[in-house]
Design a protein. Sequence first.
Lengths: 182, 160
Amino acid sequence: MEDKEILRIYKEEGKHEFAFNLLVDKYSERLYWHIRKLTCSHEDTNDLLQSALIKIWENLPSFREESQLYTWLYRIATNETLTFLRKKRITAMLSLSNYDVALENKLQSDPSFNGDKLQMALHKAILHLPDKQRAVFNLRYFQELKYEEIAEIMETSVGALKASYHHAYKKVKRELEEQFED
Amino acid sequence: MDKKNNIEDILSSQELKENPFGVPKGYFDTMKLEVMKKISAMGPMEQEEVEPAAPVTFIAYLKPAISLAAVFAIVFGMGYGVMKITDTYTPETELIGEENVTLTDEEEFISILNITLEDIYTADNHPHEEASGTIILDEEVIEQYLIDSGYPSTAIAQLE
């Protein structure tokens, strides 16, 4: 179903929950995987996804359709996740531990990871990027979104995004080359 | 080199972009039910009340221009006030030397001016002045001036 149709149904009297149901059916899985690649934990992703969906429900009445619906949804989910990661890093710093190491350990010990050695190496290399850059890389590389769409999500210029993705891609490629040199 | 080119090819491949993670069975259905329960528990949505836009009156339209004009008036007034307070020019009086002379009319002004000039250029006060008003200085005057100024006498002798 088209986003415009979902929004049209939402505006009808007594149809808010029904329209929101349609929205969750259409986007929850995509939002889940976007969050999951950033947190490397199913439990954290579940909490963040539910929190993001409730925020979407609360803010739907004030959605002015100045951006596309799905970029707005991604923006809420991304902001929730980046805020979560920032808090985790601060907590880790205060307890004199490294959250990057914690993320890598989560990835390596994830029982639901079904990929091969190359995929593990790729995801580890992506984990070494700063959180915002990681979000940009994932949206471009895995979700294959256009720069203009990512700009709406990240609220950054297209030029800055292109530069960010280019640097991220080079870093990831260099790490993979070093790992598979031998 | 081959390995590096391979990495480039591998990164571009769709296989590497495939999702390697899994989720517990039935997760998305369970998650959706949990979210809908939480939303129902929140109660009915409060629709955002959009107040109808108030009609724009003529005063409201002019308000920005009036505000700007008021600001300019205040700034100009302050500047003029400062200038008035600090200014010592009085257009009705002139200071000549240490005396305040009030000019009454044009003829009196000219007579004062003439007296002053005549006083400066009379033969008694300035014997070296010709009738045309040109001042002629002779050698004795120059010599006396140089001596008074402290010029060495040997230098003065050389000038002669």
